[in-house]
Design a protein around this ligand. Structure first.
Ligand SMILES: Cc1ncc(COP(=O)(O)O)c(C=O)c1O
Length: 410
């Protein structure tokens, strides 16, 4: 059954920044894959925390300490509900990158050696690639990559070949931040688990845009960032299977993550606190909780439908722009992200010209240099959509691209 459509025109009113004038035009924000804009509800939740509840968590015996702890732990409950996870497996980190580093250092580095293999893919963001290169340097383990096909999907044959011994861990993105490809992670997890292989999913581009049910997907680890899902920067989530987190040593050590400390030795707090050293981003948690509430109120299935429909419309309109090459699957397994190049115009020039029309897109390697090499380009222009974007935004982009062609004489 199709989810109800959402009214992006109404939703825009919840995002004050969308009223900004940029270069004399009303802002058209098509860079949500980098970071999303924030609704008033989130901005106010952060402000309310600092105005009415600011204190440190888990320690105070005073009222503000209790308020802060309720907000912080309430955020954990909200996130757990959103993604169908056991709250004991929800670790607050700074962002997706830190979540993946936690697994690289506290799981892979601890267990792997030269006889073991980690498998990644060629479409990974550097955040899900460089930490594994580091583990290879530290442990001597092998690291291999599932290639990307010309239409922007994972090579199925190589996947089968690589998802067997000596592979111990598969680290793969749920949705590509360049191609928009929605990878078949449920099937990948099933395949990997059938071979005794652990799976980490980089969910940075998935959780904001589509229903994610970790109870059903059953990954071992799953990471995402608040700032791409209407929440603030500075806080993210690593979900870990509780029994694995229990077995793992801490990543960072110090205050807040201990049980008993003597001068000789320290024992660790229970999970998830064992992985949350030092004072956490409590204001960020307040914002994240409000972001989850906001997205649930709109309805993630509706957000998903909107992203798919807007991407289809963008594909249709972009196909009319002369000299435009699109990258990515352009099918039902593509979500909210449109990468392209204009013949004879460097993507940075494309970005600058459309910015003059008030349209914010991104140009560059998008932290995916190996994928750029696979696509035989140095960079692409990328437009990415979210719940507040409308067909008018797509039209503004397309008009600006025609202007770019005019300026560069193509
Ligand atoms: C797929 C993917 N993974 C990881 C990241 C890194 O996210 P963060 O910078 O929030 O750690 C991004 C950010 O663009 C991303 O798109």
């Amino acid at each position: 059954m199709l989810a109800p459509t959402l009214d992006a025109g109404l939703i825009r009113l919840d995002f004050p920044i969308l009223k900004e004038q940029v270069n004399g035009r009303e802002l058209v924000y098509l860079d949500s894959a980098a970071t999303s804009q924030k609704p008033t509800a989130v901005i106010e939740a952060i402000s309310a925390y600092y105005t009415h509840a600011n204190a440190n968590v888990h320690r105070g015996v005073h009222v503000l300490g209790e308020r802060a702890t309720e907000i912080f732990e309430g955020a954990r409950e909200s996130v757990a509900r959103l993604v169908g996870a056991d709250p004991r497996g929800v670790v607050f980190v700074r962002n997706t990158t830190e979540g993946i580093n936690l697994v690289a250092q506290a799981y892979a580095r601890e267990r792997f050696g030269p006889q073991d293999r980690i498998v990644c893919t060629e479409m990974e963001h550097h955040s899900n690639l460089v930490p594994w290169q580091r583990v290879r340097e530290q442990t001597g383990c092998q690291l291999e990559f599932i290639p990307v096909t010309p239409d922007g999907r994972l090579d199925a044959e190589a996947t089968v070949r690589l998802l067997q011994a000596p592979t111990r861990l598969l680290a793969v993105t749920h949705v590509s931040n360049v191609l928009g490809t929605i990878n078949p992670v449920e099937e990948l997890i099933r395949q990997a688990h059938g071979e005794g292989i652990r799976v980490l999913i980089d969910g940075a581009q998935a959780v904001p845009h589509m229903p994610v049910d970790l109870a059903q997907l059953d990954p071992d680890f799953y990471a995402f960032s608040a700032h791409k899902m209407c929440g603030p920067t500075g806080i993210g989530v690593l979900y870990g299977r509780p029994e694995l987190l229990d077995e793992m040593p801490p990543f960072l050590t110090g205050g807040s993550m201990i049980s008993v400390v003597t001068l000789e030795k320290t024992t660790w707090d229970e999970i998830p606190h064992k992985f949350e050293a030092g004072t956490p981003d409590i204001g960020g948690a307040a914002g994240l909780r409000a972001a989850v509430d906001y997205l649930e109120k709109v309805g993630i299935p509706s957000v998903f439908r909107h992203g798919v429909e807007l991407t289809e419309y963008a594909d249709e309109m972009l196909s009319e722009v002369p000299g435009l090459t699109r990258y990515g699957p352009q099918g039902p397994d593509q979500l909210g992200i449109v990468s392209f190049n204009l013949e004879g115009v460097h993507p940075h020039d494309v970005g600058t010209i459309v910015d003059r029309a008030g349209v914010a897109i991104r140009a560059g390697h998008h932290c995916c240099q190996p994928l750029m090499r696979r696509l035989s380009v140095s960079a692409t222009a990328r437009a990415s959509f979210y719940l507040y974007n409308t067909r008018d935004d797509v039209d503004a982009l397309v008009a600006a691209l025609f202007e770019a062609n005019r300026i560069f004489g193509s």
